[in-house]
Design a protein around this ligand. Sequence first.
Ligand SMILES: NC(=O)c1ccc[n+]([C@@H]2O[C@H](COP(=O)([O-])OP(=O)(O)OC[C@H]3O[C@@H](n4cnc5c(N)ncnc54)[C@H](O)[C@@H]3O)[C@@H](O)[C@H]2O)c1
Length: 281
Amino acid sequence: MKDLNAKVSVITGAGAGLGRELAMACARRRMKLVLADVEAANLETTRTLIQQEHPGTDIATLQVDVSRFEQVAALAKLAVQRFGGVHLLFNNAGVGVTAPIWENTVADWQWVTNVNLYGVAWGVKAFTPIMLEQGEGHIVNIASAAGWMYSAGSGIYNATKAAVVALSESLANDLKMANSMVGVSVLSPAFFPTGIIESERNRPAEFADTAADSEMKRQYEERVRRAVEAGKMSAREIAEITLKGVEENRFYLFPHAWVPGAIALRSKQAQAGMTAFDPQA
Ligand SMILES: NC(=O)c1ccc[n+]([C@@H]2O[C@H](COP(=O)([O-])OP(=O)(O)OC[C@H]3O[C@@H](n4cnc5c(N)ncnc54)[C@H](O)[C@@H]3O)[C@@H](O)[C@H]2O)c1
């Protein structure tokens, strides 16, 4: 989608991190914004920051838990009622847990899958029909380098992000079969500094963390924290790369240039067929 000026952008997880920067990048292009997050106070901070940098931006906000289809459907309804349509959707909200995969609890699986996989699925389900009817639109699903290569300690996160890659390729192929003009991108960044390591702040009580605190779990948490904090590329840079990808209608978006090379290595190892690919090695 080449010209985003005055078009309507919906962003989930817009209260912090990458979602906030995607909102900023859209505001720089004079888009109208529909911002959603489970943390209402942070959404208001995003609104204030955008109004400071880009006064006059049209912004609607809604507190939404993306794991609940009816709330995502209400977000789509709000966008249409307020701005008459939706041109861009960023399925961005995401959370993570770390542990050796056999220690993850049933609640860990349910919470992370609900947000990272179902959250994206519900966005696609609620918004694609609107874009199909308009005859234009573009959906960006936020996966991760972890959707392509699977470090120890993040099994559930890896599995959900791999599923987001699969869902995105499937969506693109379905849209092609339907001869639709709706575009799709899947964003797969490596680590970058945000509050993702504090994901537990949004964990619903019904999926409370009851996992035993093992030494392996503590080590994994520390390793992921260090990797996130050490990320060299900022959320702002990644947001700008993402918007440029949308403007060029690119499907695969890899902000970190080394990631496609690592995926090629993984394919080579799959052909050899002996051991699981370990990105840490
Ligand atoms: N930071 C990284 O290293 C990294 C790397 C690759 C991919 N990603 C992906 O980028 C996306 C954004 O993450 P981030 O790094 O900005 O983290 P973040 O924690 O700073 O932001 C995530 C946002 O999602 C919101 N959120 C959480 N659960 C929600 C729910 N159920 N419904 C609605 N909103 C919810 C949070 O309140 C928060 O505002 C995620 O999909 C994440 O998996 C992050």
